[in-house]
Design a protein around this ligand. Sequence first.
Ligand code: PLP
Length: 381
Amino acid sequence: MPSQSKKIYLDHAATTPLDGGVFNCMLPYLREVFGNASSQHSFGREAANAVTSARDKMAVALGISPGELYFTGCGTEADNLGIKGIALANADRGRHIVVSAIEHPAVIESAKDLTNFGYEVTFVSPDGEGVISAEAVKEAMRPDTVLVAVMSANNETGVIQPIEGIYNVVKAHGVYLWCDCVQSAGVLPMSRFPADGFALSAHKFYGPKGVGAACIKKGIKFSRQHSGGHQEKGMRGGTTNTPGVVGMAQALELSLERTAEDGARIAALRDEFERQVLSHIDGAAVNGGGAQRLPSHSNISFEGCEGQNIVFLLDLNGVAASTGAACSSGATTPSHVLSSMGLGEERVKSAVRFSFGRNNTVEEVTRTVRILKKVISAIRG
Ligand code: PLP
């Protein structure tokens, strides 16, 4: 296996490394306790008990009841289940949905799929800092609006959205609010989150890949999005990923216990990084820097450069960053998030996302800025 030890990982928004303690608590369920949690014998019961404990633990951490949690295979699937599931099951309330323009493709594409079923979608633009205002959401709603989807924090800029205000506006109109919490879960406090439903993904908070959850509040009708067995009360068929949900619950609990400590340390690294970049590299501008952001994210444009070239050269020099969402980096289309903020083409195309995590150090920050400075001068030639 290639050594990653000298490399600097600044792409925690794409995924985080699995926490050692989380790995240890998953291990028995990858080996000895291998039963199918739906089986009736003791092997199955043992696995089912672990799934129940994981569900209870997550429910406590989220301030919800365990029955409101539906385990899925990832955050994307949770978004699909919540958005399509709620909209389709409540078509009698209307076929119009409001979606923020800065959402992840998991949300945007789910909303677009609904147009095949006669739904209309209105996209709401953010302000220049990447914030979706409650007023803008209010203006976009119509008498036939059934669902509004606004994310808790953006994956490219880290900008935190005013969800509480949006929830109040949405509820005043008797509409459901779906919130993609994939970037903020484990970073911001999540207890009694102000939304009718929300999505999580374990690999964003030092848990395993391939497991996520949709929380859908009690009493809200929704339809399943794939057909199968009776798992998750028949709303998400498929053999339960026992080690995955055990790991997700442990990772969420651990992350939430550490939010204050990790948040302050990571924000200090990010702020120091931005301070050094802005003082050592000309023509650099932070995108969304004027808004409240997650501690980890830093999205910076570098005049006269292509973001893709910067990321490529950084990688050659041992620094992992990205041009935006991991699933769309590599694509040549400019970021829909930065474009919707009204940033010019040059600024959008020259943007790079750096996202810091638990294991980064001040020494890595300084080393990255040194490498970045060289890379930018090489590109500017
Ligand atoms: N929503 C947001 C905001 C994300 O950042 C991501 C992943 O990057 C997803 C949804 C999809 O999550 P997953 O990778 O678990 O499918």
